[in-house]
Ligand binder design. Structure first.
Ligand SMILES: Cc1cc2nc3c(=O)[nH]c(=O)nc-3n(C[C@H](O)[C@H](O)[C@H](O)COP(=O)(O)O)c2cc1C
Length: 157
């Protein structure tokens, strides 16, 4: 199985998750990781599983991720398995109530990424997943990289 993991990152947390996901899938075959800003629709050729991950910013995926998804031609993901993840802030008491409320309503990046991949013809395997960081810059919560590896392994089943 050939897998492509496309990710965007500002502080390195999403990159860590992307690398844990890629590592977990190496047992299944070839895995390539690319930053969203460098990823082009041509990179999808021959890929069996495309995984896209972005930090959540303002409840949505970040610009390079959106640009990569927009550049994928209609139908280009027909027959391709797809999955999506994001990183997101732990909505604990340190986060203002209004933001916690808005996050409940407007959600996180993984869901719209998954919808976009499906719109281009992809078959969603596994539920869109979020991995938690503390504050904006992280670090990732303890155990999140292990959870990412488990999530990735479940996609290959
Ligand atoms: C401008 C800005 C907006 C953000 N908006 C959200 C948000 O809407 N929901 C959320 O859970 N986290 C939000 N965050 C936290 C990011 O999700 C967090 O910085 C990201 O997961 C870190 O990933 P990275 O290290 O790969 O950049 C925001 C952070 C910044 C800087």
């Amino acid at each position: 199985m050939k897998t492509l993991v496309v990710y965007e990152t500002f502080y390195g947390n999403t990159e860590k998750v992307a690398r844990a996901v890629a590592e977990a899938l190496k047992a299944q075959g070839e895995v390539q990781t690319l930053r969203a800003a460098e990823a082009k629709p041509e990179h999808i050729a021959g890929v069996d599983l495309l995984i896209v991950g972005s930090p959540t910013r303002a409840f949505r995926p970040c610009p390079a991720t959106k640009a990569f998804l927009a550049a994928i031609p209609a139908g280009a993901l027909n027959g391709v398995k797809v999955a999506a993840f994001d990183t997101r802030t732990v909505m604990d008491k340190a986060v203002p109530g209004i933001l916690r409320f808005m996050a409940r309503i407007f959600g996180y990046a993984a869901q719209p990424i998954a919808a976009s991949l499906q719109k281009k013809g992809g078959t969603l395997v596994g539920s869109p997943e979020g991995f938690f960081v503390r504050g904006s810059e992280g670090p990732l919560l303890e155990g999140e990289l292990e959870r990412a590896a488990e999530w990735a392994a479940s996609l290959a089943k």
